[in-house]
Ligand binder design. Structure first.
Ligand code: NAP
Length: 246
């Protein structure tokens, strides 16, 4: 995988899966912008990534806010003057059964998880179209494909990413831009650490591999789709779930 001189932006790159993706790209020589709402996490990630010998910058970003997205990409253009890779990773959960789910919890999950992919892709495609090259990888979820009780907002937002990804793939393939998604199963991060132990034990019974995934399991698939080696793959989803859904 030859990433020489490339530039990536990873939303929600301050911690968890996003940080592992950013570190994985940096280890391949990619210059990285960590764009996250959590400034402490951004600063910590930038220090760790810069130590890998690439250029790393941190930007405080709210992916659901169009002004914040626009400012982020303007900062990117000033710093790097190109954008090769967009990783749409930032995401949240606000779980509840459908009839108890507040409208504001529906809106914030859909805006942060799905509208964000529309806003960030729209900005990145401006640069990628001019370059005639780009890789967009968005993080969906197994919940998009199986549904999950208590996650109406989350599973709808993650399923929306798949439709949006296929449409971007069709619209921009002729410009050398690919758009793909990675759908993780249960991955060990802060998002899943909060689950009660008995729920985690029940989940592991559903996973043929018999374990939760690691952030590196997800990052490895994302890095392949972000690389020049995946040139003829677009509009697809790679499932990273230990066989839980196939
Ligand atoms: P995480 O540990 O909670 O990290 C998410 C990062 O995104 C955090 O740094 C968070 O900031 C940031 N963020 C939240 N809202 C944001 C916003 N509005 N704008 C910019 N950044 C924002 O999550 P993760 O487990 O690594 O998950 C990463 C992605 O994978 C998400 O899209 C998630 O839905 C997806 N996923 C995760 C799993 C899993 O099992 N973990 C499974 C399937 C899919 P704060 O620190 O302030 O929260």
């Amino acid at each position: 995988m030859d990433f020489k001189g490339q530039v990536a932006i990873v939303t929600g790159g301050g911690r968890g899966i996003g940080r592992a993706i950013a570190e994985g790209l940096a280890k391949k020589g990619v210059n990285v912008a960590i764009a996250d709402i959590n400034l402490d996490a951004v600063n910590e990630a930038v220090a760790a990534i810069a130590a890998l010998g690439v250029k790393a910058i941190g930007i405080q970003l709210d992916v659901s806010n169009s002004e914040s997205v626009k400012k982020t990409f303007d900062d990117m253009r000033r710093e790097f003057n190109r954008i090769d890779i967009l990783i749409n990773n930032a995401g949240i959960t606000k779980d509840n059964l459908l009839i108890r789910m507040k409208e504001e919890d529906w809106d914030s999950v859909v805006n942060i998880n799905l509208k964000s992919v529309f806003l960030c892709s729209k900005e990145a495609i401006k640069d990628m179209s001019k370059q005639r090259y780009g890789r967009i990888v968005s993080i969906s979820s197994v919940a998009a494909f199986m549904g999950n009780a208590g996650q109406a907002n989350y599973s709808a937002s993650k399923a929306g990413i798949v439709g949006l990804t296929k449409t971007i793939a069709k619209e921009y393939a002729s410009r050398g831009i690919t758009a793909n998604a990675v759908a993780p199963g249960f991955i060990k991060t802060a998002m899943t650490d909060v689950l009660p132990e008995n729920v985690k034990e029940e989940m592991i019974k559903l996973i043929p591999a018999g374990r939760f995934g690691t952030v590196e399991d997800v990052a490895n698939a994302v890095i392949f789709l972000a690389s020049p080696d995946s040139d003829y793959i677009t509009g697809h989803v790679i499932h990273v779930n230990g066989g839980m859904y196939m």
